[in-house]
Design a protein around this ligand. Sequence first.
Ligand SMILES: [Zn+2]
Length: 255
Amino acid sequence: MPFTLVAFHAHPDDESLLMGGSIARACAEGHRVVLVTATDGAAGLAQAGTTESGDLGRRRLAELEAAAAALGAARVVHLGYPDGRFGDCGTEEPAQALAKVLEQEGADLFTGYDPSGGYGHPDHVHLHRVARAAARLTDGVPLLEATLDRALLLRAARLVAAVPGAPPVDVARLRSGYLPRAELTHQVDVRPFVAAKIAGLAAHASQGTGSRGVRTVTLLRRLPGPIARRVLGREWFREVGVAPGLRDDLFASCR
Ligand SMILES: [Zn+2]
């Protein structure tokens, strides 16, 4: 039975980084995926030549459409909140805007972020709150919080830090970021969809390099092969209100 998944994200590129493989897998299995971005990412880092924030916002939304096409997602919705200041918009109004999309789409499932927003970006922390508030407005639509396996990420970060000339990695920050394995409810095998995930990431060309140096995508490429395959080939979620234990099927709660 085909389901509809609404993937709610803070900025263009978060969808591919955190759950590009799950989106591609859901689409390949015949489900409908709708990407919702809270902001246009206009305050993000830009490569030389795209310094106007309005231009960058437009460019990043176009990149998100391209990523959606690469992953197989059916629709992109931009809620129009200011990048970097999503928290200033409060919780209720964005939650209602998201709940409206969930209702329009007849969503069977939607995704948000863990309480730390993964690595602590204020827009991501706020997205956690907004998704939780939207869950309260819907009639029991399951909410899965996209995250990473903290222990695996720490191991990867230590390996990157040991490489001579490696970019600085804030290992201390990662210790309280994302979620411990014991709290996860889903570990989705997306190894057959790693190529689609990388195509989704590649669509965000303005985020490839930045003035502040090495970006996440570049970091991922520097990981030793087996670790990179584990980091890219599996994706993690915590379903709100469900006992921990690693399920492979995103839609397990929809049946
Ligand atoms: Zn983001």
